[in-house]
Design a protein around this ligand. Sequence first.
Ligand code: SF4
Ligand code: SF4
Length: 239
Amino acid sequence: MDMTSTDQPPRTLTRVRDHLLDCGACVVGVADLTSWPETRTRGYPRALSLGVALRADPILQLRTRRDRPAEADRPVYAALAELAGIAIRYLQQFGAKGEVLVQLELPEALTHEEVAVQAGIAWVGKSGRPVTWDFGTAIRLTTVLTDADLPADKPVSRSFCGACLACTEACPARAPSGTVWAPGVQKSTFFNESACKEHRQQLAAQGRDCRHCMSVCPFTTVYLINSGLTVPTETGESS
Ligand code: SF4
Ligand code: SF4
């Protein structure tokens, strides 16, 4: 066997997506930012939206326990930071710039979920969280702004929540109103962020966090089942 031969395609700028998936990203999309104000995009024409999924079994436990350790997402955020660094180094090999989006708490600030919608990887659920087809809301996101001339993905143009009210009915803070999101709709019109925050702050005092809405989302449930878990139905049967 010739150990020097390789079937790998050559490294090219547009293969950054495959490279990131190879390195552990669960979803990667490219957002076209050119129609958005430069004050929001820092003048970058493109952004890579990267997602890493949370482990499935703790989410299944969250369905019954209703809260979880406050640090539960830290390993995923560490993985996202590592992936963002990998993305930036890859882009730099081709003379392009990359910069991690620092999400500011300002009304006009660009958010990771907006970029994910524009990159075609998620819509905003009634729970106010990004929902992906393969991992439901059990996903965390980061964004790398870039001037690389990458082909952009098709933005998500609507919600896929439909008539589902699972997160609305499960939320102890009654934060989701049950109204469906559409592109351009402000989250504050259908989701009470303050109510959610207040509930999570109460739990944080005990070293816990909420995100119960994440565990009941049917798209998350599909992820749990696809991960090989047996998910009890509301009647106690297994699906
Ligand atoms: S995190 Fe908890 S309080 Fe916030 S929307 Fe989800 S279920 Fe409600
Ligand atoms: S639980 Fe239902 S309504 Fe809530 S985000 Fe998931 S699909 Fe949408």
